[in-house]
Design a protein around this ligand. Sequence first.
Ligand code: PEP
Ligand code: MG
Length: 869
Amino acid sequence: KKYVYFFDEGSKEMKSILGGKGANLAEMSKIGLPVPAGFTITTEACNKYYDDGKKIDDSVKEMIFNNLCKLELKTNKRLGDYNNPLLVSVRSGAVISMPGMMDTVLNLGLNDEATEGLSKITDNPRFAYDSYRRFIQMFGDVVLGIEKYKFDKILDSVKEVNGIEEDIDLTVDNLKEIVKKYKELVKKETRKEFPQDPKEQLMMAVTAVFESWNNARAIVYRNINEIPHHLGTAVNVQSMVFGNLGDTSGTGVAFTRNPSTGEKKIFGEFLINAQGEDVVAGIRTPKAIEELKNIMPEVYEQFIEVTKILERHYKDMQDIEFTIEKGKLYLLQTRTGKRTAKAAINIAVDMVDEGLIDKETAIMRIDPQQIDQLLHPTFKTEELEKGKNIAKGLPASPGASTGKVYFNSEDIIEAAKRGEKTILVRIETSPEDIEGMVNAEGILTTRGGMTSHAAVVARGMGKCCVAGCGEIKVDENNKLFKAGDVVIREGEYISLNGNTGMVYKGIIETQEAQLIGSFAQIMKWSDEVRRLKIRTNADTPKDSETAVKFGAEGIGLCRTEHMFFKDNRILAVREMIIAKTTEDRVKALNKLLPFQEEDFIGIFEAMGSRPVTIRLLDPPLHEFLPHKDEDIKELAEELNMDIKILKETIEDLKEFNPMLGHRGCRLAITYPEIYEMQVRAIISAAIKVINEKGIEVKPEIMIPLIGHEKELEIIKNLVNETAKEVMNDAKTQLNYKVGTMIEIPRAALTADAIAKHAEFFSFGTNDLTQMTFGFSRDDSGKFINEYRQKEIFEKDPFAKLDQSGVGKLIEIAVELGKTERDDIKLGICGEHGGDPESIDFCHRIGLHYVSCSPFRVPIARLAAAQAAI
Ligand code: PEP
Ligand code: MG
């Protein structure tokens, strides 16, 4: 078996045995680019090392030495030779890049004799001895396990004794002294001389790299990034080239296109007379790559040519490391360059235009999560230092916002009227806060997780939100909050980053997102290949319009409860809840009817002939009632009611577990007149829009929280009878559908029985997740992070669908539903409908559509296309 490959024997397809770096070095050598010669010891050799009980087998050793011979012939140098010493680097190179996790040794091959030789042939003793002392330290640290600080101490003492500040001012004699002391340190620590035999050095270094595959930080890194532990690392042995040999030498890094904008122009930096680390370390300020043109025009031209070859060859933007040694260009690495969302989109579309890649490849190159960046406001980069970070919560809804702090909806509304930009800060939000949320720039809560009310509503509005920020203490009465020692009072400015969960004191200016031409192009291509339809969760005409603009093909969930809080309707809603008789309740509901009708007309008009799924009332009724004494008093006066009786009624409506209580379809089982009013409003609104606007409206009436087929049977009959009545009165027939949400495990398990009464299923995976795990979506924020740290959950199951548990229930429901009704329409409307991985799952199990908040519609379009490719 072949365990060692000379660079020209490998190729980029051999990543699994040569590692990423090795495969690309081989590929570059193969296509004739200037790569310093070398060879790669395979990942299989690393695994064999472990299988053989941490021993490098003789056969592998032989292959290494054969390749070393080849390298010596090729470079016309010899390891450890006085006349022409070969120096090599020994670097790890895993299949999946693990930056900085494993070990590297540079300048290997130096010993007393070779250093003398190097000094002579370069005519640069300072360079030779500086390289030697660096090598002893690196080898001592990485291979011999001598702590680095012990070397640093020696270096510092020599500098101090000689009154030297910077390493660069060390003389040759200083360096020789340091080398001598380093060698003494090695002898003291290891009880052996520093190895003078370069072959011994090489084998020790290779062993050390193999060992570093299993060092503590590499293991942790693999765990975090889900990289399998059995892959092993390859080892690259490559002849050294030096960028620090004077003014015709240098080193740099460059991207073949701009990684932040995608502009088709090389982007990079270099330093003259420096080594690789110096560019990264930021000690000296590098020059822009264009300047190389003035300094070394020929090398520059050659480099530009090389970047073109690499792009054409790899068909993607490359991130390249290079060194110039005495006017000669060498490539040390190439890999696919990391980029922003904007750059990713521009580069992908440009490359299709250039004929480098096809449309499908372009679609696959863009990370759907990443394009979120393009849809929301962001902080201006130059403004970032202006804010002081004071706390961190959950990044509940993306975007950036800045504004004055207020602690309740009324104050926000007042401030908005004065033209102020505001941030709503609450312990947690409830539907009562809707108007405040609409008027605020951003929302900050101390309680609640990723599917808490604040998070869900903010995402729906495309508004920045940081939720569950337990680090701050809100004092709503005194209108202030504390973050550690910092106190922020009403009217003071804070800024929120909904992408990171960071909270800042002070103003950080934001900028609106710009949608660029290429973005529309990618969306168009995505629409051509995807099979899933994309709907939106919207409950206002404005959100509906936003969603349509982003490409929504219908509404998958219109939550009607928010409409109950608008304007002065809440009084009628409260009257309805408090009513003691059906008659009184109907009276109150009749007041709401025209408002609901108006809402639906607005939404139908915004959506045109696209399907609109309207969910009948879902939340527990107590959410609509006041809880503070003063508010209760006010309501009692408005309703002309005795305050004591009102208090008792409110008390009676309280539940221990309202989310598992009297809500959803259960409300309609006890008070059918509520749904009856809503159905009247839907059907008459639809008829009006049809008759007056000639729009072919497609309403779909959705019953929430069904657990038993009989619930649905009863309510479906109510819906149909009511609809019939309205249609007969209006003498207009209308096509509408009646379906249900699948949110309760029992509904999923009996989906065949339920499908008898449902023309469609929409998976409400927020509740389905809550009920399957048995933990509250509003309280899980408190412990979910701990669960993730302990690796019980890889991800928050309220954000990413738990495919093996909750997903299994969905699969069961899909199958059972289809056996009863083969044309049943299937969709998802929980938060997972906007998550790419969950969308992929929905595609695989054959759902017809996903529904997500308006701002996630473009993400879902892309994710659905990727699922189909
Ligand atoms: C759900 O439960 O997934 C759902 C969409 O309904 P809501 O979030 O309004 O409970
Ligand atoms: Mg629900």
